[in-house]
Design a protein around this ligand. Structure first.
Ligand code: ADP
Ligand code: MG
Length: 694
């Protein structure tokens, strides 16, 4: 790659270290970064409107003479200038201003203002418009004026100048060379890269303003396509790299002895959706290259059984399987369930957790190492140095979103390979990922979706109840318990302080004990030891506890079908996926279930939107789509910390068609134009591809 110096992004910018540091804050480290620092919007200074007839609700330019200039101090200190043209007048108000501005905007000066006209206390006014002193008949701009994202100490003008320098006088030969082959440019009727960049920085006078602003202009389309393509290329390359490694071939036994015996034990049959994903996984496992599959299915869709069947395929072939869960409670529950399923098949299940007694731990480690335990279940304790597998064939990660993004995980998985053989990987997630998002950010995985819930579930009814009416909830709890049902009471999430959260949970528990003297009330929270948590969950599962007070530790995976009522306190503080996960703890049996969301008033506008969504929808995919719309992909994926390069220009909702095109072009480029593909990745991602080297 080093021979390919002509497109190296490394060429340093010729600027002072101070400016360099400021540019770095904008993510600009080289010439191409500057060229791709595209305007966030444009200002139209090509027209002057008469003050009296300027349109409302948009940014307009007006020109007039200052006829009055005054600094007032009430209601707060501000500079007020009245500006007049032949049609009328308006007020310019500056709340922050320099003494020099008071002098500069003297009566008699001619100014051009760019801003939105509103009607305020002083009549028609512009607050903090862009203001320039001009001569009479000063020529108007002939093109739209770009506006760039800025950082402190680096004004628009400086940025614009630096960008201009790169566009006109780059020292790097080939900086703007085309990275797309002609066939693709023609197929999608794309404008050239260089032309597009130049157009967006300096739109020619005849450019259609609305296309420019809405980013639908062909030049924008090209840039967004390139960005999406870079993402696809790097993800697909990553996929291919991992895929080129060697994994154990886990053949499907003709008789499927273990699988058949396993299925015979169940008192239900698999759903079509479960059958479908099992077939996909099963086929992957027979490959000599590692599977990298993400299994998505809404809460309660029955992913555990799918995992169990995949594990059996490994075990049938003499390889071990490991299942990792994000919390002790969930890992413990998996252990219980899988031991009960696998015990009768003569398969020993090893259980590893952080809080285990040393003696137990050592004996489990020995069983895993010798292959006596063919299935290992645990928390991330499974990935520690001392754990040596006899022969690991399949690693399953439950609720993968809780571990962070998959790349990180893959890194940890490295410790699990032996002698160059990589285990197959199955990641499971109950946070449904909208299609466009999974097409882009999960393009380095194969995805299977369980799109159907087991039959006989009655949908959970959601009720929103203001905190002031919490007394009404008491009667409901009493009623549910009288009918032999069980109840979860979820305590508020207090992000600022875990201690405070714990305290609240304990107080809630005391209060509820006092109210429900005839019920057994239990409490689980994050500070309990693994054993204590497990004991409490066992009591609840057996029905010895009717009302379980819990912090959000029960969010993931907990499965107690007899629980049919859930009360969530301060629901307005929780995120949508968390609420959906919590609510998924009920509605697992045949009984109609209810989830009561208690909320504290007043609600912020975002909290109101969240509660409305969770109230109106039960389908996890729909909730995820709305959540994505509400928060944007960065927040949704929690990817900010993960180092996954986020999209700056493309908008997954708006640019679905471009995404589909980029997806199909990526494989074609990697196969037929590998050099161009490399150049393209480097132009767009530079050193940001580092994270992919796992
Ligand atoms: P999740 O996908 O949320 O991990 P689980 O695997 O915990 O869901 O399954 C939820 C519940 O549904 C469990 O009690 C499980 O035994 C049950 N279940 C799974 N598959 C089926 C099925 N095909 N028919 C009926 N019940 C099922
Ligand atoms: Mg689960």
């Amino acid at each position: 790659m080093d021979s390919d110096a002509s497109v190296s992004n490394a060429a340093a910018l010729v600027v002072s270290p101070k400016v360099q540091e400021k540019l770095a804050r904008l993510g600009i480290n080289n010439e191409m970064d500057l060229a791709l620092h595209l305007p966030i919007r444009y200002e139209d200074e090509t027209h002057v409107f008469p003050i009296a007839h300027a349109p409302q609700g948009m940014i307009v330019q007006i020109e007039g003479i200052i006829v009055h200039n005054e600094v007032v101090v009430k209601p707060r200190r501000q500079l007020i200038c009245r500006i007049e043209d032949s049609s009328g007048s308006l007020c310019m108000r500056l709340l922050n201003f320099y003494g020099s501005q008071v002098k500069a905007y003297a009566v008699g000066k001619r100014v051009r203002l760019l801003g939105e006209i509103r009607h305020g206390f002083f009549g028609a006014e512009m607050v903090h418009p862009k203001c320039r002193i001009v001569k009479e008949n000063e020529p108007l701009a002939t093109a739209m004026t770009p506006v760039y994202a800025m950082t402190a100490g680096l004004p628009q003008k400086t940025l614009a100048k630096l960008i201009h320098q790169v566009l006109r006088h780059s020292k790097q030969p080939g900086l703007f060379d085309e990275t797309l082959p002609d066939v693709i440019i023609h197929r999608y009727r794309l404008p050239g890269f260089k032309d597009s960049v130049f157009t967006l920085h300096h739109p020619p006078p005849d450019t259609q303003v609305n296309l420019l602003q809405s980013r639908m202009h062909p030049a924008w389309q090209r840039i967004k396509f390139d960005e999406l393509l870079a993402q696809q290329l790097s993800m697909r390359l990553h996929y291919r790299q991992r895929r080129s490694r060697i994994a154990p071939q886990l053949n499907q036994k003709h008789d499927h002895g273990l699988r058949i015996r396993f299925l015979a034990q169940l008192d239900f049959s698999l759903t079509m959706a479960q059958e479908k994903v099992i077939a996909e996984i099963s086929r992957d496992l027979t490959s000599e290259h590692p599977m990298q599959r993400l299994l998505q299915g809404d809460v309660g869709s029955g992913k555990t059984i799918v995992a169990a069947i995949a594990a059996l395929q490994a075990i049938e072939n003499g390889y071990q399987a490991a299942i990792m869960a994000p919390t002790e409670i969930l890992a413990e529950q998996h252990f219980q369930k899988l031991s009960a399923w696998f015990g009768p098949l003569g398969i020993q299940v090893g259980w590893l957790s952080g809080g285990q007694k040393k003696k137990d731990r050592l004996s489990v480690l020995a069983a895993i190492e010798s292959g006596t335990a063919m299935l290992a279940v645990g928390t991330h304790a499974l990935f520690q140095e001392q754990v040596n597998f006899y022969q690991l064939g399949l690693a399953i990660i439950d609720e993968q979103h809780r571990f962070g993004v998959h790349q990180r995980l893959a890194l940890r998985m490295k410790g699990m390979q032996q002698s160059g053989i990589v285990p197959h990987q199955l990641m499971m997630s109950a946070t449904p990922i909208p299609r466009t998002l999974s097409m882009s950010y999960f393009a380095d995985l194969d995805v299977s979706i369980i799109d159907e819930l087991p039959p006989g579930r009655s949908p959970v009814i959601t009720k929103l109840v203001a905190d002031s009416r919490r007394n009404e909830v008491v009667a409901r709890i009493q009623q549910a318990c009288q009918q032999g049902r069980q109840v979860y009471w979820v305590c508020p999430l207090i992000e600022e302080s875990e201690t405070l959260q714990l305290q609240t949970a304990m107080e809630t528990c005391e209060t509820l004990c006092r109210i429900f003297t005839d019920l057994n009330v239990g409490l689980v929270h994050g500070r309990l030891t693994a054993q204590e948590k497990a004991d409490m969950m066992a009591l609840f599962k057996q029905g010895n506890i009717q009302l379980l007070v819990a912090t959000t530790v029960i969010e993931v995976g907990v499965d107690v079908p007899n629980a049919s009522l859930m009360v969530i306190e301060n629901a307005e503080r929780m995120g949508l996926s968390q609420l959906h996960q919590l609510r998924g703890r009920v509605g697992r049996g045949a009984n109609a279930s209810v989830c009561i969301l208690l909320y504290q008033q007043p609600l912020s506008s975002i909290a109101r939107k969240r509660l409305k969504i969770i109230f109106e929808h039960t389908d996890g995919f729909e909730i995820a789509r709305q959540d994505l719309r509400l928060r944007g992909p960065g927040e949704f994926l929690g990817a900010r910390q993960s180092g996954v390069p986020m999209l700056r220009f493309a908008d997954l909702e708006q640019d679905g068609a471009l995404l589909t095109a980029a997806q199909s072009v990526a494989d074609e480029m990697l196969n037929d134009y590998p050099d161009l593909a490399q150049r393209h990745i480097r132009r767009w991602l530079g050193d940001k591809t580092e994270y992919l080297r796992v």
